[in-house]
Design a protein around this ligand. Structure first.
Ligand code: SF4
Ligand code: SF4
Length: 285
């Protein structure tokens, strides 16, 4: 018991010390809660500092600032759209739907001076499908398609995420379509067919062939040149000095070993083995 007595009182002392430290932190936050930290975005210099005060943003009464390069809801400035369809083609999830209607003449200019010759009967973007990649804004030639800072567009119905940017009424669309069909029909009627075109007929061009020589005897024609033979290099056999044959002139002094020793017989070639055939007794010997 005597041994445990100092440990017992030291534990009680440590408990009071930690309790006092915790209450001091709590009291500091309690006093700091009288102030509220201003919402600050990543561009703020004290974004990573921790000043006193309540850091919770009371959304929607307050909101964090959105960076300028944020990519949220798409917006199309339809007056500057030339309905080129590039954005719909590059979209990886096919969330842009465009219905073009050709105009019979120029219908205006965009803010950068580009001619407009196509009406947008339909320009819908389904933001429920969009993956916010930004490719459509990159390819837009007139930069009328942009990603805005609007990130709060939650809806109860998923179909409400489809945003329509076309401004034509059904009656206007019908009128423009009929005008284009009429213009196209008149253009085709006024264009003469190739058969009824005035002037000389166009020459018929055929692929060139070698004509036969008129009045010439085919036998007297020069024969075609013989094909050149392929070049086969001649390879001289390499004869070692010890295998050189003796000269017939009988000059054996230059190669005495060749005259003294008889030529060794050629080694017998091994006979080929034919499958299914029994070897002869002579062959086996
Ligand atoms: S941001 Fe990407 S996914 Fe969204 S509409 Fe544009 S191309 Fe399609
Ligand atoms: S790329 Fe731009 S100009 Fe072309 S259809 Fe899309 S929004 Fe219109």
């Amino acid at each position: 018991l005597k041994k445990n007595t100092p440990t017992y009182w030291s534990h009680i002392s440590e408990a009071f010390s930690t309790l006092r430290q915790g209450l001091r932190i709590t009291w500091r936050h309690f006093l700091g809660a009288r102030n509220s930290v201003k919402p600050r975005g990543p561009a703020s210099p004290d974004y990573f500092s921790a000043p006193d005060g309540i850091s919770t943003v009371q959304y929607p009464h307050a909101s964090l600032p959105v960076p300028d390069n944020a990519r949220y809801r798409l917006h199309n400035e339809i007056d500057d759209c030339i309905v080129c369809d590039k954005c719909a083609k590059i979209c990886p999830v096919d969330c842009i739907e465009i219905e073009p209607v050709r105009a019979v003449e120029e219908i205006g200019k965009t803010s950068d001076g580009t001619s407009k010759r196509i009406y947008a009967a339909k320009f819908d973007i389904d933001m429920a499908k969009c993956c916010f990649c930004g490719l459509c804004t990159t390819v837009c030639p007139t930069e009328c398609l942009t990603m805005t800072k609007a990130y709060d567009f939650s809806e109860f119905e998923v179909h409400a995420h489809t945003f329509a940017f076309a401004e034509m009424t059904p009656l206007e669309i019908l009128e423009k379509k009929q005008a284009w069909e009429k213009y196209n029909a008149e253009k085709q009627a006024s264009t003469p067919s190739p058969a009824s075109r005035p002037g000389p007929a166009r020459p018929v061009v055929k692929p060139a062939t070698n004509p036969p020589v008129s009045g010439a005897d085919t036998e007297s024609l020069p024969e075609p040149a013989a094909k050149p033979k392929p070049f086969i290099p001649k390879i001289k056999p390499v004869i070692k000095p010890s295998q050189a044959p003796a000269k017939e002139s009988g000059n054996t002094e230059e190669n005495p070993s060749a005259s003294d020793t008889p030529p060794s017989p050629k080694p017998a070639r091994p006979k080929p083995i034919i499958p299914g055939k029994k070897p002869n007794s002579e062959d086996s010997q």
